[in-house]
Design a protein around this ligand. Structure first.
Ligand SMILES: [Zn+2]
Length: 579
């Protein structure tokens, strides 16, 4: 027999089997037992909360001759036929695929015929908000003059898209999101019936990831089952849901709150290396931070949502962290989340985020938390010298971030003007034209290609903190006398220019990879076009004199400056502006 999805096999067949909708099921059962049935219902609510299941159970219960306390018997021919979807009098329509006026006109034509087998004809229209205006009008006409023994059940995830004229003619039920604990209990029940072993923590992870939809919970459970050998492990659950473990999140948040940039970057690295999605991680951190805030005000709500497993670490953090700090973190997280949508390098944003969050944590002075718990984090043994060095590096990063916050816009034409930047902590580093111009003078496209090729490997050879700084960098010009590297963020440029160890590491790495020592010079990416243009303008005469032997003879009328630019940077990067 072909494998059947859990949510099909375990679809509730009685009101009492339904999860988390007690008020609705009680009301419907009561309507059936007291024979007070309305001719039109609206079942509204998020996906996977039991709307169509309830509609089918209702259709069975009103047609079953062995109905008891409002529940269908599920044994008689009528019940079975409705379960199988073979009873002609119970008609299921998916408005998402049948949204035409014709379909509804068809209903109008047929609705006047009495049910053939059952007592009631039941139309279940799923995703009813998808109907066209014409179809809604046709439906309205039918609802205005309801034929006897015909019942409409309209189901929708988006009730606000349904005309008020329709809604006013229905009895409305709002299905709730299913509480994580309810779907947890249901999954445990199903797994026990199936004799599948499971880690309780794994089921909690799935229940939370399903966000209130029972169908989603069972689909995720299905996937986790297909991974393991008839057992559900925490690892598989985390893998399927893409979630990060609570412990890892707690570690990360503790590290940033204590301002421990280095440790937080290392944790982030292991999260990403484990194949976690950057956006998912950001979401997890946001929800962790929100839970911390919520816990300060209403601990019982978090206890409920976490199904009673609020860890000691979490409680300690909630107690020690100022709400203001949490708000600051959440703002930062939201901002990064927005930016991440438009990038192909979300990892880079996460690293910048980590540096910024650690800065917030450092300012708030939540250091007391860290010292107690940081020891639980796996760390390489480091000598005290290295610790001092790291501390120094981190201080530099912090002042760089502070600088970014104080002067968020980079001066566009800083290349030649000696505009002093306003910071006391880290004196501004002007672009060193004396180093850049000679490189530009002998730069070749070939050399640049070579550098671009080895760049990713070079970055991989750096330490985690160095890599975090260099990840948004790229070589933009190269000659045998040196390479020019541009930075997306000016605060990282500032950071790089003041770090001689970083420069050494890059130059040593290049020596290993391409066999020559190339001096590395940094520029902010925003300033780069201006520097390049100024160079080309200043050396126009020289370039013209040297261009007697054009690189591309078939195009003799080329502007020598443009030709030179193309030679340096490739045609794809050169924008010829008429000025
Ligand atoms: Zn029955």
């Amino acid at each position: 027999m072909a494998y059947q999805a859990l949510y099909r096999v375990w679809r509730p067949q009685r009101f009492d089997d339904m999860i988390g909708q007690e008020v609705i099921t009680r009301t419907l059962k009561n309507a059936i037992t007291t024979n007070q049935i309305s001719h039109a219902y609206l079942f509204a609510g998020p996906r996977g909360t039991g709307k169509t299941s309830a509609a089918k159970i209702f259709a069975k219960a009103i047609n079953c001759h062995h109905q008891q306390d409002g529940e269908p018997c599920n044994e008689c021919d009528t019940c079975k036929a409705i379960t199988d979807g073979t009873l002609n009098d119970v008609i299921e329509i998916d408005a998402a695929s049948n949204n035409g006026v014709e379909e509804i006109r068809d209903i109008r034509d047929k609705v006047k015929y009495a049910p053939t087998v059952a007592d009631y004809k039941v139309y279940i229209i799923d995703e009813v908000h998808m109907l066209s205006t014409g179809a809604f009008n046709a439906l309205l006409k039918t609802l205005e003059e309801p034929p006897t023994n015909v019942i409409f059940i309209l189901a929708t995830t988006e009730p606000h898209k349904i005309p008020a004229t329709i809604i006013s003619r229905t009895q409305r039920f709002d299905f709730k999101r299913i509480a994580a604990n309810d779907s947890y209990q249901r999954m445990i029940y199903i797994l026990d019936q199936k004799k599948v072993t499971y880690d309780e923590q794994a089921i909690k992870v799935i229940a939370k990831a399903a966000e209130g939809g029972m169908r989603d919970a069972l689909s995720i459970l299905d996937q986790a089952l297909s991974f393991g050998d008839n057992e559900i492990t925490l690892d598989n659950a985390l893998l399927v849901t893409g979630s990060v473990t609570h412990e890892l999140l707690a570690t990360y948040v503790q590290q940033v709150l204590s301002g421990d940039t280095k440790a937080a970057l290392a944790t982030l690295q292991s999260v990403l290396e484990a194949g976690k999605d950057a956006e998912r991680f950001t979401e997890d951190v946001i929800s962790y931070a929100r839970d911390l805030l919520l816990y300060q005000q209403a601990p019982q709500l978090v206890e409920e949502a976490e199904m009673g497993s609020v860890s000691d670490d979490f409680q300690a953090l909630a107690k020690k962290t100022a709400a203001q700090t949490m708000y600051g973190m959440i703002n930062e997280l939201n901002a990064i989340q927005q930016q991440m949508r438009f990038t192909t390098h979300p990892d880079v944003y996460l690293e910048i985020l980590t540096i910024k969050l650690a800065e917030i944590g450092h300012q708030s002075g939540a250091t007391a938390v860290a010292t107690a718990e940081a020891s639980s984090v796996p760390q390489q043994a480091v000598g005290s010298n290295e610790v001092t060095e790291l501390q120094h590096e981190i201080d530099q990063l912090r002042s760089a971030v502070k600088q970014l916050e104080q002067a968020p816009s980079t001066p566009k034409a800083a290349a030649t003007s000696a505009k002093p930047r306003v910071t006391k902590s880290a004196p501004a580093k002007e672009v060193n034209l004396a180093k850049i111009y000679p490189i530009l003078g002998s730069a070749t496209r070939e050399k640049l290609n070579q550098l671009q090729e080895v760049w990713p490997d070079l970055l991989n050879s750096l330490s985690i903190t160095q890599r975090a700084v260099m990840k948004v960098s790229q070589p933009v010009a190269a000659a045998n006398s040196g390479v020019i590297v541009a930075f997306d963020y000016s605060f990282l440029y500032q950071r790089a220019t003041t770090d001689h160890e970083l420069t050494d590491a890059l130059e040593n790495g290049l020596d290993r990879m391409i066999g020559t020592v190339l001096p590395v010079v940094f520029v902010p990416k925003d300033d780069w076009p201006v520097i390049r243009k100024n160079y080309l303008t200043a050396h126009k005469a020289e370039l013209q004199a040297n261009s007697d032997t054009p690189a591309e003879p078939e195009k003799p009328a080329e502007n020598p400056v443009v030709t030179k630019a193309e030679e340096l940077f490739g045609k794809d990067i050169v924008n010829v502006k008429a000025d």
